[in-house]
Design a protein around this ligand. Structure first.
Ligand code: NAD
Length: 468
C-alpha cells in the first residue's frame, strides 16, 4: 500500500509524532522528571522564557488577536508568571506524601498517598488565549513531573510559531516538544498513546479527544465552553455592575471562554440598565472603537462572518458596525433576541451582548437551569436570599457574584466546567492533581498477625469480623 505523507504545518516542524513520543517516554522512564529539583529548574526556565521574551510574545498576540499590551500582560504573560510563582512556592508541600489513618483490621500498619506523575501528556490549546492556554497547563504538568507534547492552536499562527521557537531554547528538549499544526496533525497526535490528554476548545473536538483517550484508557481533561449567563438584579449597584460587565465581556473582543454570554434582567430595569451599559462602553472604549488600540480583533474572517451573520434582523441598541477585512466588530448590544435564534442557541464567543428580560427572578433562574450547564454563571445582586438561590439552583463550573472574569486570578479556586462545559479542573493545586496519580501505599508490620481473617473460618471469627 502506498504511504500517505502526513502534511506538516511548517517545513522545519514536521509532526514526527512517533519519534517525539518515544523520546519523551524514554526520558520519563529514566525517572529524572520526578525529582523536585528538575521540576523547579524547568519552572524557573519557563519563567525566564516569559520574562526575556515578553515583548515578542506581546507582538505575536497583537498580530493574532490585536491584543493590547495591557491585556497581553494581564491575561497571558503576567498571568502565566503568577502561575509559575505559585507553583514554586507550593511544590515542596504538594509533593509530600499525605498520611491517612489505617483501620483496626490492618493494624499494625501505616497508610499514605503519594502523588505520582502520569507520564507523557498531550496538551492541545485553543486560539483565544493562545499563549496562556498551553503554558498554564504546561506549568501544572511540569510541577507534577510529566513530559509533555504541546499542540498550540493553528488559528493563532504567530503565537504558535513563537512557542515552537522558544520552548526548545529554554526547556529540557528530551522532556518537552511543541508540535505545530491543525486538524491533520492533531488527529495524528491523538492516534498515539499518551498517559494524559488535556484539551481546551470546543465541544465537538472535545468528543473526538475523549474518544481518542478512551482507546488508550487514559485520563482526559476537557476545558470546553458554552453560554455563560449573567443575571442582573436591577435593584443592585448598577453603576459598578455595568463597569465589571463591560470589562469581562469586551476583553479580547468578547473571545473569552468565561465572558458573560448574555444578560438576564427583570423587565422594569431594562431601560436603566441599557443606558448605563452603553454609557460605560463609550467610557471604556470611546466612540471611535475601530481606532482604539485597547480593543481587540476577531481571530479570523471566518469567525468574523459567523458573528456578523448573528446580527441579521436583530434589535441592535448599540454598535453593530463591522469591517470584515480588518476583522473588526464594534461592541454590540442587542435586546430581546428570540430564544430560538442562533445568537441565543450557540456560544457567541465575540463582542455581541444580548439582553433578555423576564417578569420575575425565578423565571430568570428557570431559564438558566433549563439550559446546558455553563462554564461560568454570574449574578449581580445585593439580595442575600436571591444570591443563595442562584448558588443553590445553578450548576456551573464557577459561580461569581457581583463580578465577571476576575475569579480566574484566584489560584485557590479550581477551574473547569461541568456537563457540556467540560470535565476535570486545573489552576493552583487542582492543576498539580490533574497531572498526578494518587498512588495509595499501605505498609504492614510483621509483628502481629491476627488469625481472624484466615481460613478455616468459624462462627466466632465471623462475629468478631462483623464487630471490626
Ligand atoms: P480551536 O479551533 O483552536 O481548536 C482547539 C484545538 O483543537 C486546536 O489545537 C486545533 O488544532 C484542534 N482541532 C480542531 N479541529 C480538530 C479536529 N477535527 N480533530 C482534532 N483536533 C482538532 O478552538 P475552538 O474549538 O474554536 O475553541 C473555542 C472554544 O473553546 C469555545 O467554546 C471556548 O469557550 C472554548 N474555550 C474554553 C476554555 C476553557 O478554559 N474552558 C478556554 C478557551 C476556549
Amino acid at each position: 500500500m502506498q504511504e500517505v505523507p502526513v502534511p506538516s504545518f511548517q517545513d522545519d516542524s514536521s509532526v514526527n509524532a512517533n519519534a517525539n513520543i518515544d523520546e519523551l517516554k524514554r526520558t520519563f522512564s529514566t525517572g529524572k522528571t520526578k525529582a523536585y529539583q528538575w521540576r523547579i529548574e524547568q519552572l524557573k526556565a519557563l519563567k525566564q522564557m516569559l520574562e526575556e521574551n515578553s515583548k515578542e510574545i506581546t507582538t505575536s498576540l497583537h498580530s493574532d488577536l490585536g491584543k493590547s499590551d495591557t491585556e497581553a500582560w494581564l491575561s497571558e504573560i503576567g498571568y502565566s508568571i503568577g502561575t509559575i510563582k505559585e507553583k514554586l512556592q507550593n511544590l515542596k508541600s504538594w509533593m509530600k506524601p499525605t498520611k491517612v489513618s489505617t483501620p483496626m483490621l490492618a493494624q499494625p500498619g501505616k497508610s499514605y498517598i503519594i502523588n505520582e506523575p502520569l507520564g507523557v501528556a498531550l496538551i492541545i490549546g485553543a486560539w483565544n488565549y493562545p499563549f496562556q492556554l498551553v503554558v498554564t497547563p504546561l506549568i501544572a504538568a511540569i510541577a507534577a513531573g510529566n513530559c509533555v507534547v504541546i499542540k498550540p492552536s493553528e488559528l493563532a499562527e504567530a503565537t504558535s510559531a513563537l512557542l515552537a521557537k522558544l520552548v526548545p531554547k529554554y526547556l529540557d528538549n528530551t522532556a518537552f516538544k511543541v508540535v505545530e499544526g491543525g486538524k491533520d496533525e492533531t488527529t495524528e497526535l491523538l492516534s498515539k498513546a499518551f498517559d494524559k490528554y488535556f484539551y481546551t476548545g470546543g465541544e465537538h473536538v472535545g468528543r473526538i479527544v475523549m474518544m481518542a483517550a478512551a482507546k488508550h484508557l487514559a485520563p482526559v481533561t476537557l476545558e470546553l465552553g458554552g453560554k455563560s449567563p449573567c443575571i442582573v438584579d436591577g435593584a443592585t449597584n448598577l453603576e459598578v455592575a455595568v463597569r465589571r460587565i463591560v470589562w469581562g465581556k469586551w476583553m479580547n473582543a468578547g473571545q473569552t471562554c468565561v465572558a458573560p454570554d448574555y444578560i438576564l434582567i427583570e423587565e422594569e430595569y431594562l431601560a436603566d440598565f441599557s443606558q448605563r451599559l452603553i454609557a460605560e462602553i463609550k467610557k471604556q472604549y470611546g466612540t471611535k472603537v475601530a481606532e482604539n488600540k485597547d480593543y481587540g480583533k476577531i481571530i479570523n474572517q471566518r469567525h468574523c462572518s459567523r458573528l456578523i451573520n448573528y446580527l441579521d434582523g436583530l434589535n441592535i441598541i448599540h454598535g453593530g458596525k463591522h469591517n470584515l477585512d480588518e476583522r473588526f466588530i464594534e461592541p454590540t448590544v442587542v435586546v430581546q433576541p428570540a430564544t430560538n435564534s442562533a445568537l441565543m442557541q450557540e456560544e457567541i464567543f465575540g463582542p455581541i451582548l444580548p439582553i433578555v428580560t423576564f417578569k420575575t427572578k425565578q423565571q430568570m433562574l428557570d431559564f438558566v437551569t433549563s439550559r446546558p450547564k455553563p462554564l461560568a454563571a454570574y449574578v449581580f445582586t445585593s439580595n442575600g436570599k436571591f444570591e443563595a438561590e442562584v448558588i443553590e439552583q445553578v450548576s456551573a463550573g464557577t459561580i461569581c457574584i457581583n463580578d465577571t472574569n476576575i475569579f480566574m486570578v484566584n489560584h485557590n479556586l479550581p477551574f473547569g466546567g461541568v456537563g457540556t462545559s467540560g470535565m476535570g479542573q486545573y489552576h493552583g493545586k487542582s492543576g498539580f492533581d490533574t497531572f498526578s496519580h494518587k498512588k495509595s501505599v499501605m505498609k504492614r508490620s510483621f509483628k502481629f498477625d491476627a488469625a481472624i481473617r484466615y481460613a478455616p473460618f468459624s462462627k466466632l471469627k465471623l462475629m468478631l469480623l462483623k464487630k471490626f
